[in-house]
Design a protein around this ligand. Structure first.
Ligand code: FMN
Length: 231
């Protein structure tokens, strides 16, 4: 082990942890405003506007999001995923149908997404029903992605217990090889999902804690109702 790695694995005292934690700030930089009166009638347009704005403002990885699901016992679960698209059908992502989240979504096809873009002090929350796309659309999801993404999809077994990192290295190397030789190889568990939004909330952080929250809720007739929320 070199010095750098032994340094990084040094035990951190609770005082040092606490001092670091309490030295950190949020909303400590110039932040954009949020004119809710000028907000579009539908959340999709505002999401696209905020997403592109965050990316152009230098937000790292604005296309990563938290996906929250619930298991068969009602226990919440959450993890980070990549956003694959947003359109009139909803928010698209992809994963293995056999993973923990895949099993949870099959049992309870409802989920929430959370985006946080600290560079601009903005958060977006989305709740709704999730539909698994068919095999064709799921395979097409991989066709536009990298060899590494295909290799990971071919590796499969996501969320299963792994015997050792050596086993991962061996199986992954074989999957990379196959992904290179067979770019159309079937990845049967890889599934594209679409979350159809029932509620979308936009949050603009403010240094004086007068955060602006605007929630869009879909009405029974399919139109969108907008309400401000106390922060
Ligand atoms: C930045 C980032 C992006 C990720 N993107 C995905 C993704 O698009 N699909 C996926 O299945 N897992 C992705 N993961 C891994 C998941 O967070 C998670 O570890 C994995 O999907 C297993 O989750 P589960 O056991 O709850 O099913 C990503 C992780 C990180 C940190």
């Amino acid at each position: 082990m070199n010095n750098e790695s032994s340094d990084s694995s040094r035990e951190i005292s609770s005082d040092e942890f606490s001092a670091t934690l309490h030295s950190l700030r949020v909303w400590d930089c110039p932040l954009p405003g949020f004119d809710t009166g000028a907000a579009p009638r539908e959340p999709l347009a505002l999401f696209r506007e905020w997403f592109v704005h965050a990316a152009r403002a230098g937000q790292l990885e604005p296309h990563t999001m938290s996906l929250a699901t619930v298991d068969g016992d009602g226990r919440p679960d959450v993890r980070t995923l990549m956003l694959h698209d947003v359109d009139a059908r909803g928010w698209h992502f992809a994963s293995h149908a056999t993973s923990a989240k895949g099993v949870q979504l099959a049992g309870r096809p409802a989920a929430a997404l959370g985006f946080y873009w600290p560079t601009v002090g903005r958060q977006v929350r989305v709740r709704g029903r999730v539909t698994a796309c068919g095999p064709e659309e799921s395979r097409a999801d991989l066709a536009v992605r990298s060899r590494g993404a295909l290799a990971a999809a071919l590796t499969g077994r996501q969320s299963e217990v792994l015997g050792s990192v050596e086993e991962l290295a061996r199986v992954s190397a074989a999957a990379w090889e196959r992904a290179g030789a067979e770019p159309d190889a079937p990845a049967p568990t890889w599934t594209r999902y679409v979350l159809d939004p029932a509620e979308v909330e936009f949050f603009q952080g403010d240094a004086a804690r007068r955060h602006i929250r605007l929630r869009y809720s879909r009405t029974a007739g399919g139109s969108w109702e907008r309400e401000l929320l106390w922060p």
